[in-house]
Design a protein around this ligand. Structure first.
Ligand SMILES: Cc1cc2nc3c(=O)[nH]c(=O)nc-3n(C[C@H](O)[C@H](O)[C@H](O)COP(=O)(O)O)c2cc1C
Length: 336
């Protein structure tokens, strides 16, 4: 086995229902929950218990906190730290305007002194593993990035994830993986790389390093089996079970069964207010496994409820039986 395979934090996507689905295929070594806003969490926000649901594998779950207020981050971290999960992560990578405006996410990277003080406070509040997920910063400047990360290391951060894009870049421009190795060479703490891993074979390649872990976002939504498929490619003989069948991953995936299973998991593990949006977000990626993905996504998006979405999907697979079974290894290898 190579380095750990890690599910990326993704708001609206890396919730419990998805993690349960991924677990059907053997799961991964570590999963990040959706980011949790420190302020709404402390204020008892209506949906915070859903964001902070640590199942199905609390021992492998990392809570990610986001926010621009150092004290609130430390207080929220102290509460979440007591829940027996795999650690607390501070989001220094999110570039969404509403997060940056309040001083959170990648905004921390623009003020090293403030970031040092905040991380010091969170470190004192957290007994468990503390990590940070971050970007390159304002531009491509390795020396500045290394200095910032040495500061984090000095303040007691135990692990980093680098998503090597600049603060303002969207996901279109490619992630610059050479920065992962270059940063790692300067630090004592582990550095996980993240960005644009689009297939199980690419995951295997990235895992060869230099890096201490590979984090996968969008491709893990399209292929919830990507982690086990990559382990099998690496030659691991203990690759875990798939939907209902302990043992190795099946040669073929029943896409209809996965779609319907996900809808069922959503209804069980997410509040009704989230059902439709979360279903659409998931299918936006997952249905790329189909030849007629655009058409099916349009049909699914027209449906106001989970029942209707299920009916549309069942009808599609009934009318296009050749679409139902996906051979592992024939997945698209373009960027996610
Ligand atoms: C819908 C969506 C939501 C995201 N939410 C978060 C988040 O809550 N916290 C975070 O650090 N990154 C978030 N990200 C960024 C991902 O964690 C990851 O860095 C990015 O998608 C690149 O990885 P990938 O190419 O494997 O998808 C999000 C990305 C997407 C697409």
């Amino acid at each position: 086995m190579s380095v750990p395979f890690i599910l990326a934090p993704m708001a609206t996507l890396s919730h419990r229902a998805y993690r349960e689905l991924a677990e059907d295929f053997g799961g991964c070594d570590m999963s990040f929950a959706e980011m949790i806003g420190a302020a709404p969490f402390l204020n008892g926000g209506r949906f915070e218990t859903w964001y902070a649901d640590p199942l199905p594998r609390p021992d492998r779950l990392v809570y990610q906190l986001v926010g621009g207020d150092a004290q609130l981050l430390a207080r929220a971290a102290a509460i979440l730290d007591g829940r027996g999960t795999a650690g607390i992560d501070i989001n220094m990578g999110c570039s969404a305007p509403d997060i940056v405006r309040t001083g959170g996410g990648v905004r921390w990277m623009a003020d090293e002194a403030a970031a040092r003080s905040m991380i010091g406070g969170v470190r004192s509040a957290v007994k468990g593993r503390l990590s940070v997920k971050l970007r390159l910063g304002a531009d491509e400047n390795l020396a500045r990035l290394v200095r910032f990360c040495l500061m984090l290391q000095e303040e007691g951060v135990e692990a980093l994830t680098l998503h090597p894009r600049t603060a303002s870049e969207k996901l279109k421009k490619s992630a610059r993986w050479p920065f992962v190795g270059a940063l790692r060479a300067e630090l004592k703490i582990p550095v996980t790389g993240n960005g644009d891993v689009a297939s199980a074979s690419m995951l295997v390649e990235r895992a060869k390093g230099p890096c201490d872990g590979v984090m996968i976002g969008r491709a893990a939504i399209r292929e919830p089996w990507i982690f086990s498929a990559a382990r099998e490619l690496e030659g691991a003989t203990d690759a875990p079970g798939a939907l209902g069948a302990p043992g190795k991953l099946p040669q073929e995936i029943d896409l209809e069964a996965v779609c319907l299973r996900f809808l069922d998991l959503l209804a069980r593990h997410q509040p009704p207010e989230f059902w439709e949006t979360r279903a659409r977000r998931f299918f936006f990626y997952f249905l790329d496994n189909l030849k007629w993905s655009h058409h099916v996504k349009t049909l699914v998006n027209r449906e106001p409820g989970l029942g209707g979405m299920g009916a549309v999907l069942r009808a599609h697979f009934r009318e296009n039986p050749e679409e139902r079974w996906l051979k592992i290894g024939t997945l698209p290898t373009t960027n996610p």
